[in-house]
Design a protein around this ligand. Structure first.
Ligand code: C2E
Ligand code: CA
Ligand code: CA
Length: 846
C-alpha cells in the first residue's frame, strides 16, 4: 500500500469477542494502526487517552458498558463526539440500527460482512471526515481573515483592507477615474470621554450602517473604511461625485444621530486620483492634508488636495530625508526661554525649545518639523537629544558654580507611549549626576485626550522619582477641567495664545480667572506662557497668576545668552520702574478685563473683590490689588501660596465678626464694617488689626460678590488698647489707696476733673454724687473758715514756689458734719494747657 507510516491512521476496535477483533484486525491491520478494547469502559478510556484515534468500530453487545452506552457518553463529550463511529450489530434488526444511528453512530454494519465492503465504508468515512476538517479550518481562516480586514466597531473595512481592496479596484478599473475622500468626527476621543465608550461605539456602528447604505444606493464603484480612530475614507468613481452633496449627506445623517448635545461639523478632504498606481496609503495622506487645510476654518466644508499641499508634502519629504543626518551633524540645538515670577521679578526657570540650524535653509522653526516628527516617530530621538543637551548644560553650570534654575523640556505625546521613556530619563540624570528636580518635563494636554490611562501611569512613575511634571498647553483641549483631578501634575502651563486676541474680553478673562482659581483650589501652580504685553502680565498678576513666560519678558535665546542672564541674575531683573497708570471711566469690577484690572490696581488703599458663599461659609478673594497685600502684610507669592480663603486667617470669634459684617452688608445693601484681629500667615503668631469695610456688588441665591476695603489699623488700635489697659490699672490702683485722690484744673476757679472712689466714700457720698455736687465748685465742700488755707496752698503750687504743698482743712460730709483732713497737693505737668493739681486727701487721724 502507498500509505506511509506517517499518514497511517488509527482505528479502535471495541468488541468483547476476541475472535471478532482478530478478524477486523486482519482486515485493517495493514493499512491502519489498530487499538483494541474488550468492553465499553475500556473503549472510552482509550478514546480519551489517544487523540490519534480516527475511527471507532463499536460492537453493541458488550459487558460493563454496551455500545449504546458508549455512544451516549461520546455524544456528551465535545471532543469524542467528533470521532466517527461504525457500529457492528450481530442481527439485522432495524430497531437496533436506528437506535445506533440516532445515538450518534456514523454508520451501521451487520454481521457477517465482507471485508471489502467494510474496508470501503471505513475509507469513505475517513475521507469525509478529512474533508469536513479542512472545511472547518477554511471557515476559521476566513473568519480570521475577515476579522483582520474588518473594523469591529463599524463593521467596515479597516485600514489594511482598504489599502488592499482599493488598490485592487483601481487596478481592475484603470480606465476609470477615481477620487478618495476622507472625513472625521471632531474630537471623537473627547466624545468618548463625555458620553462613554459605549455611546461612542454605537456611533461608530451607525456610521458603518451609513456607509453600507451609501454604497447600496450608489451605482458607482467604491470602497470605504474606517481608517483611523475617527477617520473615514471612501474611494469612489469620480464621475457624478459632488462634494457639496456628500457633505450634505454626511450632515444629514449625522444630524439624525445627533440626539446628544455634541456640536459637530464634519469636513471633507478630497484627493483626485491622478495616478492610480500610487500607494493607497499616500492617497489617504493627501486627502488628510486637504482635510487639515480647512480644519480650523469656519465656513469651508470641503477641500481638494492641491499642489501647494503637495509642495508642503515634498518639503516634508525633504525634512524626513535629512533629519537623521541633521541630528548626527549637530544641526539641532536647544534655545532657552526664561520664565519669571512677575511679582518679584525673579528668574524662576526656562523652557528648552528646539531649533534646527539648517546649513542651507537657515533656521527652521519647530512648527515645520515637530508635527512631522511626531507622526513618523523621530521626535523621540530628537527629544532625547535635547534632554541630553540640557543635562550637559546643567552639569556645566553646576561645575562652574553658576546659580541654577530648573529647565523644562518638552516631552512629546509620542514619548509618553515609549516604554523606555522613564528609564532613559533616569539614565540621563544618572549619567550627569543631576538632581531630578532640575529637569522639569512638559507633557501636553492632548496626550490626555489620546490615552488618559497611559498618561496617568507615566506621570505617576516620573513623579515618584522626584521629577516634576508640567501640563503643557493647558486650555487647548476640552478635557481640561476634569483632567486636573486625574493627572497629578506639578504645574499648569496656560497658553495665552489659545485665548486668541480676546483675552481682554470678559469671557476669556473669566476663563483665565476660573482656571487660576481652580488651580489654586487644587494647590496647583500656574504658569502663563505666550505673554506678549504688559497689560496681559498685569492682568494675570491681578488674578493671582505670577509665573510667566513670553515675548514680553524674553524670546527664546541661545544657551550662552541665557547663561549670561543666569550669572547676572541678581542685578538685572526684567522689571523696570514700577508704574501707575490712571484710567478714567467707570468700572465694572466684575468684568475681569485688563482695563479694570489696571484701574483696580492703581486705586488708593487696599481693595479686593471677594466671593462669599453663604452655604459653605467660604469667603474667597477673586482679585486683590497691591495695596491690599501691603495692608495685610504679605506679598503676592506668599498670598497665593497660603491660599485665598479669607477665613483661614481668623479664629472663631473673629470669623464670626467678619461673618456678621458680611451678612449685614448683604441684608442692608449698605456699607458694613468691622475691626478684626487677623493672622498674617495661616500659621504664624503675628497678628494685625484690620479694619474691613465691605459692600455688596452682585448677589445670587447663595453666593455674593463683595467689594472689600481693608486698612491696617494695628498701630492706632494698639495705642487705644494700651491706653484703656492703663486706665483700668490706674483706676484699680487709685481706688485701693487708703485716701482720696482728686485732680483739679485750676483756672479762675477750682474744677475737680477726677476723683477716686475713696474720696467720695470718705465723706459719705457715692462717686457719682460727689462729682455731681462738687466737680464744678469744689470750694463749696470746704469749711468757709478753711477756704483761704486751701486756696493759698494751691496758689503756692501754681506759682511753683513749692513742688509739694500740704494743708489741713475741714470738708463737709453728706450728713452735714465736718471732717478734718490733710491734703497733699502736687502740680502736674503743665505743657501749655490749663494747669492741673493732683491732691491726696487723708484723714488727720491716719
Ligand atoms: P510650546 O511647548 O507651547 O512652546 C512655546 C512656544 O511658544 C514656542 O514656540 C515659543 O517660542 C513660543 N512663544 C513663547 N513666547 C511667546 C509669545 O509671547 N508669543 C508667541 N506668539 N509665541 C511665544 P516654538 O519654539 O516655535 O515651539 C513650538 C512648539 O514646538 C512648542 O510649543 C512645542 O510644542 C514644540 N517644541 C519645541 N521644541 C520642542 C522639543 O524639543 N521637543 C518637543 N517634543 N516639542 C518641541
Ligand atoms: Ca512646552
Ligand atoms: Ca505650551
Amino acid at each position: 500500500m502507498a500509505n506511509t507510516e506517517v499518514n497511517k491512521k488509527t482505528i479502535l476496535i471495541a468488541d468483547d469477542a476476541e475472535i471478532n477483533r482478530l478478524l477486523l484486525k486482519k482486515i485493517f491491520g495493514e493499512e491502519y494502526f489498530i487499538e483494541e478494547a474488550a468492553n465499553g469502559l475500556e473503549a472510552l478510556q482509550k478514546l480519551r487517552e489517544m487523540p490519534e484515534i480516527a475511527v471507532l468500530i463499536l460492537d453493541i453487545m458488550m459487558p460493563k458498558l454496551d455500545g449504546f452506552g458508549v455512544l451516549e457518553v461520546m455524544q456528551k463529550d465535545e471532543h469524542l463526539r467528533t470521532i466517527p463511529t461504525v457500529v457492528i450489530t450481530a442481527n439485522n434488526e432495524e430497531d437496533t440500527q436506528i437506535r445506533a444511528l440516532s445515538g450518534g453512530a456514523t454508520d451501521v454494519l451487520t454481521k457477517p460482512f465482507s471485508s471489502q465492503i467494510i474496508m470501503h465504508r471505513i475509507k469513505n468515512i475517513m475521507t469525509r471526515r478529512e474533508a469536513e476538517k479542512l472545511a472547518e479550518q477554511n471557515r476559521a481562516y476566513k473568519r480570521e481573515l475577515r476579522l483582520m480586514y474588518t473594523d469591529e466597531k463599524s463593521g467596515l473595512y479597516n485600514k489594511n483592507a482598504f489599502h488592499r481592496y482599493t488598490a485592487r479596484m483601481l487596478e481592475k478599473n484603470h480606465h476609470k477615474k477615481f477620487l478618495l475622500f476622507r472625513w472625521d468626527i471632531d474630537n471623537f476621543k473627547v466624545f468618548n470621554d463625555w458620553f462613554g465608550t459605549e455611546v461612542g461605539d454605537e456611533y461608530l456602528k451607525k456610521i458603518g450602517d451609513f456607509y453600507r447604505k451609501y454604497g447600496k444606493q450608489n451605482t458607482a464603484l467604491m470602497t470605504y473604511a474606517r481608517y483611523d480612530a475617527d477617520h473615514f475614507v471612501c474611494c469612489q468613481e469620480a464621475e457624478g461625485f459632488n462634494p457639496e452633496a456628500i457633505t450634505k449627506i454626511i450632515d444629514e445623517y449625522m444630524g439624525q444621530l445627533k440626539n446628544l448635545d455634541f456640536e459637530y461639523t464634519p469636513r471633507v478632504g478630497i484627493y483626485m486620483i491622478n495616478d492610480p498606481t500610487l500607494d493607497v496609503a499616500l492617497m489617504c495622506d493627501r486627502a488628510l492634508l486637504a482635510l487639515r487645510s480647512i480644519k480650523d476654518s469656519y465656513g469651508k466644508r470641503f477641500a481638494w488636495f492641491d499642489d501647494s499641499m503637495r509642495e508642503s508634502m515634498i518639503e516634508q519629504q525633504e525634512i524626513v530625508n535629512e533629519m537623521e543626518f541633521a541630528l548626527k551633524d549637530g544641526q539641532f540645538s536647544a534655545y532657552l526661554q526664561p520664565q519669571y515670577n512677575y511679582d518679584n521679578g525673579r528668574l524662576i526657570g526656562a523652557e528648552a525649545l528646539v531649533r534646527w540650524k539648517h546649513p542651507v535653509k537657515g533656521d527652521i522653526m519647530p512648527s515645520k518639523f515637530i508635527p512631522l516628527f511626531e507622526r513618523n516617530g523621530f521626535i523621540s530621538k530628537l527629544d532625547e537629544y535635547i534632554w541630553e543637551q540640557i543635562c550637559i548644560l546643567l552639569r556645566k553650570w553646576k561645575d562652574e558654580g553658576i546659580p541654577l534654575v530648573p529647565i523644562s523640556v518638552n516631552v512629546s505625546r509620542r514619548d509618553i507611549y515609549n516604554p523606555h521613556l522613564f528609564g532613559n530619563i533616569l539614565a540621563l540624570l544618572g549619567k550627569y549626576n543631576l538632581d531630578p528636580a532640575l529637569l522639569h518635563l512638559e507633557i501636553t494636554e492632548s496626550a490626555y485626550t489620546q490615552n488618559a490611562e497611559q498618561l496617568v501611569t507615566t506621570v505617576n512613575l516620573l513623579r515618584s522619582h522626584g521629577l516634576k511634571v508640567h501640563m503643557d498647553d493647558f486650555g487647548s483641549g476640552y478635557s481640561s477641567l476634569s483632567m486636573l483631578q486625574d493627572v497629578p501634575v506639578d504645574l499648569l502651563k496656560l497658553d495665552m495664545r489659545f485665548l486668541g486676541n480676546d483675552y481682554k474680553e470678559e469671557r476669556s478673562g473669566n476663563i483665565l480667572n476660573a482656571v487660576v482659581r481652580m488651580a489654586t483650589a487644587l494647590q496647583l501652580p500656574v504658569l502663563a506662557e505666550g505673554v506678549e504685553t504688559k497689560e496681559q502680565a498685569d492682568f494675570l498678576r491681578s488674578i493671582g497668576c505670577l509665573r510667566m513666560q513670553g515675548y514680553f519678558f524674553a524670546r527664546p535665546m541661545p544657551t550662552e545668552e541665557f547663561e549670561e542672564l543666569l550669572t547676572s541674575v541678581n542685578t538685572t531683573s526684567f522689571l523696570g520702574d514700577s508704574f501707575v497708570e490712571s484710567i478714567e471711566g467707570s468700572v465694572n469690577f466684575l468684568s475681569f478685563s485688563f482695563q479694570s484690572a489696571l484701574l483696580f490696581n492703581s486705586f488708593v488703599g487696599g481693595a479686593a473683590v471677594a466671593e462669599y458663599d453663604k452655604r459653605n461659609e467660604t469667603f474667597v478673594t477673586l482679585r486683590i490689588n497691591d495695596q491690599f497685600l501691603t495692608e495685610i502684610g504679605t506679598d503676592r507669592t506668599q498670598y497665593m501660596e497660603r491660599g485665598q480663603s479669607v477665613f483661614d486667617y481668623y479664629e472663631n470669634e473673629n470669623k464670626q465678626i467678619v461673618l456678621d459684617m458680611l451678612n449685614e452688608a448683604i441684608a442692608t445693601d449698605k456699607e458694613a464694617c468691622c475691626e478684626v484681629l487677623t493672622r498674617v500667615t495661616k500659621k504664624s503668631d503675628e497678628y494685625r488689626w484690620l479694619k474691613l469695610r465691605t459692600r455688596l456688588l452682585v448677589a445670587s441665591s447663595n453666593r455674593h460678590i463683595l467689594y472689600v476695603v481693608v486698612e491696617n489699623i494695628t498701630c492706632s488700635k494698639e495705642k487705644t488698647i494700651a491706653y484703656e489697659d492703663m486706665v483700668e490699672k490706674l483706676t484699680t490702683l487709685t481706688n485701693n489707696i487708703p485716701g482720696g485722690i482728686g485732680i483739679f484744673e485750676v483756672a479762675d476757679k477750682m474744677q475737680l476733673v477726677y476723683c477716686n472712689d475713696t474720696m467720695a466714700v470718705m465723706f459719705g457720698y457715692t462717686h457719682e454724687e460727689f462729682m455731681q455736687k462738687f466737680a464744678n465748685s469744689f470750694i463749696a465742700s470746704i469749711h468757709p473758715q478753711d477756704r483761704e488755707v486751701v486756696e493759698k496752698s494751691f496758689s503756692c503750687l501754681l506759682n511753683e514756689k513749692k513742688l509739694v504743698e500740704n494743708c489741713k482743712y475741714r470738708q463737709i460730709c453728706k450728713d452735714g458734719s465736718w471732717r478734718w483732713v490733710n491734703m497733699y497737693g502736687r502740680l502736674m505737668a503743665v505743657d501749655g494747657r490749663i494747669p492741673r493739681i493732683c491732691a491726696l486727701i487723708m484723714d488727720t487721724n491716719t
